[in-house]
Design a protein around this ligand. Structure first.
Ligand code: AMP
Ligand code: ZN
Length: 465
């Protein structure tokens, strides 16, 4: 099967045809760097990393260019730096470094280019000048605004009419706007805020709006029209709608990107993540509890367009599953091209990672070591048992025949299989009412650090802590 991708703009799954197969180009909106990234932010990072890996597999690593920007000029950054009393640059550098560490731990490849907004002010100003000249933008009270009414196609991506956009107006109302939906390309800076000489004849120094940043950076690194543009579903409106308006009107093109891809939202334990609810999880603190591969598997077991409910129960289950897989992949085997083909086939169907993971389960069941290993590698899942460990917390997965403990190394003096045999012997002794023998076996296991638990469903064991 050829690669097919769901395009938000045309609302259909289409065969992916790059403009130039020697130069496949993808842009994904990256983080605004003012605080630790949360686990919801990890979703586009992981999803588009899988797509990057797939494209590299299909077209060759040298023929794929993946650009993920860093938004390092933004009101939230200014506010946070003032709150903490640190220079803006220190805040953005520190946050960027943390972000890099987080995404590396999640098993993501580095994008080909990670452009920073502050290094592309010249390109932004060029775009703004062009838009003003062609009457797609106007100057008002030292702001430059995009005139939405100048673009008949505006609203196509989010499928909204102008009326709906105004009614749902989360758009900022300001007296200097000709229309409520017009959006800021450039605005004046207050003293102390980052500023640059303004475009379009404006005397006061200013700074760019958020949307123009991505139009400028994608232009600089990928050209006027490119293949794939991605991000979370929340970015469809207004951010991506506005990016399309700016780029298409500045370059007089019919498209900005040919495939618009959006990942669904992630919530935590059934609720929207928020600081006030107290369920706000950063990638960084999740990595204390779980290895990057567990987080990655938990993210990929749901298709990227579906919503995800991020729960501890699911993470535990993924931890156990990954333990079994990494155990099996420790045995030697040849690379298996059928394994690669099966996983690529699943991913070619609009990045169906849920199906790919079902295939990995099949490989595990049939003890197809090589297919499991190459399949995991294609999805960016580490086969190193250490990738299951959280950085700080000790966590234990115990089940029949398997044992692995994260965060500590444990010397077991008995193989898990032998534990099961002793439990069976103890059960026989109990059935024969030979309680002294049953107790002796329990004590023998206890001296080896294995504690038995009896319940109506049978006997289980765990390690003494
Ligand atoms: P931001 O730094 O808020 O602009 O977000 C960076 C990326 O994370 C964007 O692609 C967002 O769409 C995405 N994102 C933010 N919150 C979530 C969430 N809860 N679930 C999935 N994606 C999210
Ligand atoms: Zn963007």
């Amino acid at each position: 099967m050829e690669l097919r991708l769901y395009d938000t703009l045309t609302r259909e799954k289409r065969v992916f045809r790059p403009l130039d197969s020697a130069r496949v180009r993808m842009y994904v909106c990256g983080p605004t760097v003012y605080d630790f990234a949360h686990i919801g932010n990890a979703r586009p990072v992981i999803v588009f990393d899988v797509l990057f890996r797939l494209l590299r597999h299909l077209y060759g690593a040298k023929h794929v260019k993946y650009v993920r920007n860093i938004t390092d000029v933004d009101d939230k950054i200014n506010a946070r730096a003032a709150e903490r009393g640190v220079p803006i640059r220190d805040l953005t550098e520190e946050t960027y470094k943390n972000f890099k560490d987080d995404v590396a731990a999640l098993g993501c490849l580095e994008p080909t280019v990670e452009p920073r907004a502050t290094e592309h002010i010249a390109e932004m100003k060029t775009l703004i000048e062009r838009l003003v000249e062609s009457k797609h933008a106007y100057v008002a009270e030292e702001h430059v605004l995009f005139a939405v009414s100048s673009m008949p196609d505006y609203g196509k991506l989010s499928n909204r009419s102008l009326d709906e956009m105004i009614a749902g107006a989360r758009v900022e109302v300001a007296p200097y706007k000709r229309n409520a939906t017009d959006f800021v390309l450039w605005k004046p800076s207050k003293p102390g805020e980052p500023s640059w000489p303004s475009p379009a004849g404006i005397k006061a120094p200013g700074r760019p709006g958020w949307h123009i940043e991505c139009s400028a950076m994608s232009w600089k690194h990928l050209g006027e029209v490119f293949d794939i543009h991605g991000g979370g579903i929340d970015l469809v409106f207004p951010h991506h709608e506005n990016e399309i308006a700016q780029s298409r009107c500045a370059f007089h093109t019919g498209a900005m990107a040919n495939y618009w891809m959006h990942n669904g939202f992630l919530q935590v334990e059934g609720e929207k993540m928020s600081k006030s609810v107290g369920n706000f999880l950063t990638i960084n603190d999740q990595l204390d509890h779980w290895g990057g591969s567990v987080l990655r598997l938990n993210m990929l077991k749901t298709h990227y367009r579906q919503p995800i409910d991020w729960t501890q129960t699911n993470l535990k289950e993924m931890g156990r599953e990954l333990t079994r897989w990494t155990d099996l992949t420790q045995s030697n085997s040849e690379d298996d091209q059928d394994g690669v083909r099966t996983i690529v086939e699943a991913l070619n169907d609009d990045l169906n990672t849920a199906d790919a993971i079902t295939q990995l389960r099949g490989f595990y069941k049939s003890k197809n070591v090589s297919a499991l290993r190459v399949g995991m590698e294609l999805l960016g899942l580490s086969t190193d048992p250490k990738s299951i460990q959280g950085r700080k917390h000790k966590r234990m997965y115990v089940e029949a025949g398997h044992i692995s403990i994260t965060g500590q190394s444990v010397q077991l003096t008995i193989a898990p299989g032998s534990i099961e045999k002793l439990i069976a012997a103890r059960n026989s002794a109990r059935s024969a009412r030979n309680f002294s023998e049953a107790d002796r076996i329990r004590d023998e296991l206890a001296t080896m650090g294995v504690v038995l638990k009896d319940s109506k469903d049978g006997t289980t064991w765990e390690l003494a802590r």
